[in-house]
Design a protein around this ligand. Structure first.
Ligand SMILES: [Zn+2]
Length: 111
């Protein structure tokens, strides 16, 4: 039996009493002409901050590993994500999908 949990609050979503909501996010470059003019040759890393650099590299490697076994992930900025949300988090999500902190008080306290 499949078990879902909310990707925001990590609460298990009970199939019986809760409604599971799926959020799909697709990110892709909005380019109309695909002539392939990628400006990607910028100087990669300054080595001013060694520690940070290592962390970054580890992070990037772990991301690489993860994305390697997923289809539909391309290196051109295209990304599709999928999240399961409980009803509470769904309501908060739709109000503020990008998590923008406005002046208003948002109910995003993390304990
Ligand atoms: Zn939730």
């Amino acid at each position: 039996m499949l078990h879902y949990s909310c990707d925001i609050c990590k609460r298990p979503i009970s199939m019986h009493s809760d409604v599971r909501h799926v959020v799909k996010i697709e990110v892709f470059p909005a380019v109309d002409d695909m002539t392939g003019n990628h400006v990607d040759g910028s100087s990669c890393c300054n080595e001013e901050d060694g520690d940070h650099l290592e962390e970054m590299q580890e992070l990037l490697e772990s991301i690489d590993e993860r994305s390697a076994d997923q289809d539909g992930l391309f290196d051109d900025g295209t990304l599709s994500m999928r999240f399961d949300l409980c009803d509470n988090c769904r309501q908060r999500f739709v109000k503020n999908p990008l998590g923008i902190k406005s002046g208003k008080q948002l109910d995003f306290s993390n304990n």
